[in-house]
Write a protein that binds this ligand. Structure first.
Ligand SMILES: Cc1ncc(COP(=O)(O)O)c(C=O)c1O
Length: 248
């Protein structure tokens, strides 16, 4: 961080954040490429199929010199409606567009969700291994993260019994990514429903990251796995254009 901070005094919160090693390796890979090396990158989840043509055309049009004014803070109404429609079409769940918030990637939505839901001292349950940013984000808002070790038996994901046995009076929420990064494994729907029920009954929130859901194997009818919203309509769902739409 020192190269950009000069003499600024950095908060203890910022200093306590561990590096995001995937990005650090990505940086090193980019530096090697500049030197002319061929690098096979296994660090960052970057689709190679590019944004859909309609998106590329719309972006070109928008860059024609027209004014680029502020938009509604929660996102363009038409985009929020389209996202709600996507969940309806793909997952058969009705989502009120008023509940859709557009951010700059899932990363920003994870930060904002944590800001909205966490108070200092709150406990948050997260499986280990899991997407490493989540524990940093939660801790940045003063939360205490309980990393629950997982095993091959649960495909390195949380299950209801481990959530139950790690729950305390201070637990305020659970964070799950399904399918997960780094393992790619998903929590079975009945297991996730049991986790969500258990948390909801205790007044705790559920943040469920579905960024890889539509990239997972579809069923014989060509449908993706069920969204958590089909059994927990009040879960805080994180999704993104980065992976499924190739717009990292
Ligand atoms: C599980 C998970 N959540 C969130 C993100 C961040 O997504 P975005 O690029 O939309 O900020 C990633 C990126 O790799 C991820 O793997």
């Amino acid at each position: 961080m020192s190269d950009i901070t000069n003499n600024l005094r950095i908060s203890q919160r910022a200093q306590a954040v561990a590096p995001f090693y995937a990005m650090e390796f990505g940086k090193q890979a980019a530096a090697l490429e500049v030197q002319g090396h061929h690098v096979v990158k296994l660090s960052i989840g970057e689709p190679d199929f590019g944004a859909p043509p309609a998106v590329r055309n719309a972006m070109r049009e928008a860059m024609d010199g027209r004014p680029l004014p502020y938009t509604a803070a929660l996102g363009l109404p038409a985009l929020r409606q389209a996202i709600a429609r996507f969940y309806e079409d793909q997952h058969d769940v009705g989502v009120d567009p008023a509940r859709v918030v557009v951010t700059a990637g899932a990363s920003a939505s994870l930060v904002l969700a944590a800001a909205a839901l966490l108070d200092p001292g709150d406990e948050v349950l997260i499986g280990d291994p899991s997407y490493p940013c989540n524990r940093q984000i939660a801790e940045s808002f003063g939360a205490r993260v309980t990393l629950i070790p997982t095993t091959a038996e649960t495909r390195f994901q949380l299950d209801a019994s481990s959530v139950r046995s790690n729950w305390t009076d201070r637990t305020r929420g659970v964070m799950v990514a399904t399918p997960s990064n780094p393992t790619g494994t998903a929590v079975p729907a009945d297991e996730l429903a049991a986790i969500c029920d258990f948390a909801r009954e205790r007044g705790a929130w559920r943040i469920v990251d579905e960024i890889y859901l539509n990239l997972s194997d579809h069923d014989a009818q060509g449908r993706p796995p069920r969204s958590v919203l089909s059994y927990d309509p009040d879960a805080v769902v994180i999704n993104s254009f980065s992976k499924y739409f190739g717009m990292a």
